[in-house]
Design a protein around this ligand. Structure first.
Ligand code: ASP
Length: 461
């Protein structure tokens, strides 16, 4: 599979090409300031995430919720099925059909392998697998790859040692498959009973790689660039006595890392139980909390991918007659619609694309309006809130005219003054009037009270 990600389920990392994975990682880079709260985004305003967690989670559930909140969307769902109709015996298929109608994308964690695939068959909207039993955990893998790429400057050629429960650990099933797409060198360290399932090893080998299998961390640690530590998945052992035999295997501490390369990074999908001693936390090797933060931009990128222009009501089709406003400053498209008087429901005559990568490597929004051309006042309003917007007038499916909007030198009648005490705000029979003081950032000086107005979008009438 290659090309667009729009509207796709994210169920197994195998469904994705290297090119698609890189595409998501690139989007995640741009999500970082939003994830940190340094930049505001309204990309997912009005969108709802259905978050269904049939198994415990901290990192995954909360980073999806954080990503959704940072992008202006909302989340509904449950974090344990006991309080839902699952406790009454409702099937997964029925729950999915219902939540699909209440939300625009579903994030699902479930104890059964294949649950997310099934959910994908019953949902109209995209489904994201947040872990299906001992199967896969593709979004964890995306943030793991993101972390390795950031910390090591790339993924190819790194020697990644994966240690712990490789049999039941879904994160390492997805991760090892993905790393093999990138040509990383792999070593699997586990007690023999918890080694990587043959099926995964074979698949990795089919990509021309030969993972090393070991049960001694000491033998390989000196040669590792990345040490990926995992928890023994107690909850998946059919026999608790079997768990006792391997509990505590391969715990890492600061002393063991003395043999490691200086720039080795230690990762863990969390939660850790006793696999990494807290004395590792303040070494230069520890990256597991940075990794956990990376869940937010990465999940934001997955949500962006799931939505994109794949949402039915946002689908952009060529229009016969009307106006396409391109290169709108990112996040401003809904304001553009508001100021030109398109309100309420986005009907079939209007399409909005938010957060679209532009050719210049930045982000932009696009609005298409059927059967409507903008009058000069409306063009001025668009210019005031998005000075680089390009207007394409479409007639009979062809671009009949194309131009960049122009910020007028004098602004009259389309804005109110931001000074509440200005005479123009007092019911006098005058139209507010402004002179452009600076263009970037745009500041307008009121010709009556001299006050500068900079929050243009808020004051356009
Ligand atoms: N949080 C990860 C998972 O859900 C790792 C773990 O639980 O050990 O698979």
């Amino acid at each position: 599979m290659s090309g667009s990600l729009k509207g796709l389920d994210i169920v197994s990392i195998r469904d994705f090409s290297r090119e698609q994975i890189e595409q998501i990682l690139d989007v995640a880079v741009k999500m970082v300031p939003i994830a940190k709260g340094e930049e505001k985004s309204t990309e997912l305003e009005g969108r709802v995430l259905g978050s269904l967690f049939y198994e415990p989670s901290t990192r995954t559930r909360l980073s999806f919720e954080a990503a959704m909140a940072r992008l202006g969307g909302r989340t509904l769902g449950f974090d344990e099925p006991k309080g839902s109709s699952v406790a009454k015996g409702e099937t997964l298929a029925d729950t999915i059909r219902m939540v699909d109608a209440y939300s625009d994308v579903i994030v699902l964690r479930h104890p059964q392998e294949g649950a997310a695939r099934l959910a994908g068959h019953f949902a109209e909207n995209p489904v994201i697998n947040a872990g299906d039993g001992a199967g896969q955990h593709p979004t964890q893998t995306l943030l793991d790859l993101f972390t390795i790429r950031n910390e090591k400057g790339g993924i190819d050629g790194n020697h990644v040692v994966i240690v712990g429960d490789l049999k039941y650990g879904r994160t390492v099933h997805s991760l090892s498959e993905a790393l093999s797409m990138f040509g990383a060198e792999l070593t699997f360290v586990a007690p023999p009973t918890l080694q990587m399932p043959k099926e995964h090893v074979k698949h990795i080998e089919s990509r021309g790689l030969k993972p090393r299998i070991s049960n001694s961390l000491d033998e390989v640690i000196g040669d590792a660039d990345v040490l990926y530590v995992t928890r023994i998945q107690k909850e998946r052992f059919p026999d608790p006595a079997e768990y006792q035999k391997v509990a505590g295997a391969f715990a890492i501490n600061r002393t063991m890392l003395r043999e490691a390369k200086k720039d080795l990074i230690v990762m863990h999908p969390l939660p850790r139980v006793n696999e990494i001693d807290p004395d590792v936390d303040d070494t230069d090797h520890a990256r597991y909390f940075v990794q956990a933060f990376n869940g937010v931009p990465e999940d934001g990128a997955s949500l962006h991918g799931a939505w994109g222009d794949g949402m039915k009501e946002f689908k952009v089709t060529p229009i016969r007659n009307g106006t396409v406003i391109d290169h709108i400053d990112v996040g401003m498209s809904l304001k553009v619609l508001r100021i030109i008087g398109v309100r309420g429901d986005v009907s079939s005559t209007v399409s909005v694309l938010m957060h679209v990568p532009s050719k210049k490597g930045a982000w932009k929004d696009i609005v298409k309006i059927e059967d409507r051309e903008l009058d000069p006042k409306e063009l001025d309003k668009v210019a005031l809130i998005s000075p680089d917007a390009t207007i394409n007038i479409i007639r009979d499916y062809n671009v009949a005219e194309k131009f960049v909007v122009q910020v007028p030198e004098r602004v009259k009648g389309i804005m109110r003054c931001s000074n509440p005490s200005c005479i123009t705000n007092k019911n006098e029979p005058v139209e507010p009037e402004f002179v452009v003081e600076t263009k970037k950032p745009l500041a307008l000086r009121c010709s009556y009270c001299d006050r500068l107005t900079t929050d243009i979008a808020e004051n356009i009438v």
